[in-house]
Write a protein that binds this ligand. Structure first.
Ligand SMILES: [Zn+2]
Length: 286
């Protein structure tokens, strides 16, 4: 059986509290041999580390998600530096910029869900308000702090961006050569994928590749070199077909890998070898 990694999972979320051990057992039975639990706050990062300590197959990324930027402590760096010393902390993340819902838009303060299907309809922006400017500034500030910790600790970054591609790329660009990012849940076109690769970063693909309306993402997969991407679920979100709409879990990397192998016109073994090697080189402590 071909082996894969789930390079982006939110295993600390309450969605798994009732059947956590079974979720991990199902992943391993499906050939998903390593999973990275991604932090979205300091508490979430701590929980990811605890899971990594308990389960040999689980690793942790530590970071503060941009959607919750207003709740972040003024200086995230000391706490993150400490966490990065842990042998199973393999990256800083998820970090970046998210302009999908800005304070100037109605319901904006409810931005707690880290990622949503990229293919979904876009919100029409209102005129920028002072709140929007402050919110974006705060996101940029904590993104910068976390990029600095990445440099100091020699860890790469898991990048989240939504409706903020240009600003995210511009902010990470000065760090290229020193820090690499993986632009996770990648849903942009092939041109933007190349801009990411140009700065030495990578992309990763979720269950969106299996969606009927995911042709744009499949086109980007087709254009991405086999050694420049990784696979992930972003669970509990974005369950692939045939589980679409249900709770997602790491075992479903299998369904994602099958579609990606078709799109790349390669065998599952070739895809396994390429994506695991890429992940191993990117997350060096994996
Ligand atoms: Zn995520």
């Amino acid at each position: 059986m071909a082996t894969f990694y789930d390079t982006h999972a939110h295993l600390d979320y309450p969605d798994y509290k009732d059947d956590f051990a079974e979720v991990i057992a199902r992943a391993q039975a499906a050939g998903i041999s390593k999973m990275i639990s991604i932090g979205t706050s300091l508490d979430s990062s701590e929980r990811a580390i605890r899971l990594a300590e308990k389960y040999p197959a689980i690793y942790a990324a530590v970071g503060w998600h941009p959607s919750d930027a207003m709740k972040a402590p003024s200086d995230l760096r000391p706490a993150l530096r400490e966490m990065c010393k842990h042998p199973k902390v393999v990256a800083i993340g998820e970090i970046g910029l998210d302009y999908h819902r800005l304070p100037g838009m109605s319901g904006a303060r409810g931005v707690t869900r880290p990622t949503m299907p990229v293919a979904a309809g876009r919100v029409t922006p209102c005129a920028p308000s002072e709140d929007d400017t402050r919110y974006k500034q705060r996101q940029a500030d904590i993104f910068q702090q976390q990029l600095e910790v990445a440099i100091e600790t020699g860890l790469n970054c898991v990048i989240h961006q939504r409706d903020a591609f240009d600003d995210t790329l511009a902010q990470i660009k000065p760090f290229s050569g020193k820090v690499r990012g993986v632009f996770h849940c990648f849903g942009e076109n092939a041109g933007r994928m190349r801009l990411v690769l140009d700065i030495g970063s990578l992309v990763s693909f979720t269950g969106i590749v299996t969606f009927k309306n995911g042709q744009n993402v499949r086109d980007t997969v087709a254009a991405t070199p086999l050694d420049k991407f990784m696979l992930e679920t972003d669970c509990p979100y974005l369950a692939p077909v045939p589980y679409r709409g249900k709770r997602c879990e790491p075992a479903y990397v299998k369904e994602i890998s099958e579609v990606v192998a078709q799109v790349k016109n390669c065998s599952l073994d070739e895809l396994s070898a390429a994506t695991c090697k890429t992940a191993q080189e990117f997350f060096r402590k994996l």
